[in-house]
Design a protein around this ligand. Structure first.
Ligand SMILES: [Zn+2]
Length: 301
């Protein structure tokens, strides 16, 4: 028995059949070229049909960006997302086309759910997930009766610098403008005055090459990250924050300094905040989606 798990990302839509143990089978990747609600749901239906030819699929679970009404299955709000996406009832369309139970949730919540399931974490009472990728997002998990309830948290639009850089959401100084991979390479090009690099990967190549500007930007990133983490702890009373997303793969360049900054900047009243790297990389969201799908199936028994 499998759940068809799908992760809708800005550049690609990834799907796979996942079993109850978290074994991922038949991964499928489709470039998200349509960038519209219609293209996304059509691709989800297509991925489902391809997976169900090979596996006994019992539910479909989709993780996607934006603020979602998970009960109704609708994207309620989104910054700079796809055309015709806000207001679209993804759940209803997929249920009609695939004839099985469908669950949807925010992609960062799915990633946190995946880490809680397969990340080898302790049984925290309260834990947050901070996803640092092309953008920044997150979620907060609270344990109740042995089960985690996960709530979406817009860590990307938490204001770090009130008079800071303009964000796509209309605010100024949002965390996403300082902590995303995009913000790092944009800042590098801005400070060097040349449109030289186009990705977080290239930015970290500059760090590796001991480029002064890149190192300074990374130092600022660490200070901002520490502030963000401390605020998450203060606001949500979490014991730990799991840090995932593409930037987690570059942590050898910034993890230790972040821990030092946390010690320096945290209130002595607060217990020590644990920070943990996500273990499942870009599979976390698929695993989390599958887990939610199985929970739905169990609730229906
Ligand atoms: Zn913002």
């Amino acid at each position: 028995m499998y759940v068809a798990a799908i992760d809708v990302g800005g550049t690609k839509i990834v799907g796979a059949a996942v079993d109850r143990k978290g074994e991922i089978k038949t991964p499928i990747r489709v470039e998200n070229t349509g960038l519209s609600g219609e293209f996304i749901v059509e691709t989800c239906v297509d991925i489902f049909h391809r997976l169900s030819r090979q596996h006994e699929i019992k539910a479909l679970a989709v993780g996607t960006g934006g603020r979602l009404d998970t009960e109704a299955g609708i994207v309620r709000r989104a910054v700079d997302l796809y055309t015709g996406y806000v207001g679209l009832n993804i759940k209803e369309i997929l249920e009609t086309n695939c004839h099985l139970p469908v669950v949807i949730d925010n992609d960062c919540c799915m990633a946190l759910r995946g880490e809680l399931w397969k990340g080898g974490l302790k049984d925290y009472q309260r834990v947050a997930g901070l996803i640092l990728g092309t953008g920044v997002g997150g979620g907060v998990a609270v344990r109740k009766n042995g089960q985690y309830q996960i709530q979406q948290a817009e860590f990307g639009h938490f204001i770090l610098h009130p008079s800071g850089r303009k964000c796509l959401c209309g605010q100024r100084g949002c965390a996403e403008q300082y902590l995303s991979g995009t913000s790092l390479w944009n800042r590098y090009n801005q400070l060097t005055g040349r449109a030289k690099i186009r990705s977080g990967y290239e930015f970290f190549n500059q760090v590796k090459a001991k480029d002064k500007t890149a190192q300074e930007i990374l130092h600022e990133f660490v200070k901002d990250l520490a502030i963000c983490l401390i605020s998450i702890q203060n606001l949500y009373d979490v014991e730990a924050v799991v840090i995932g997303g593409g930037l987690a793969d570059t942590r050898q360049f910034w993890w230790r300094e972040t821990e030092c900054q946390l010690v320096q900047k945290s209130s002595h009243v607060l217990p020590k905040l644990e920070i943990l790297p996500a273990r499942n990389g870009n599979q976390a969201a698929l695993l989390g989606a599958a887990r939610l799908g199985f929970e739905k199936l169990e609730a229906m028994l």
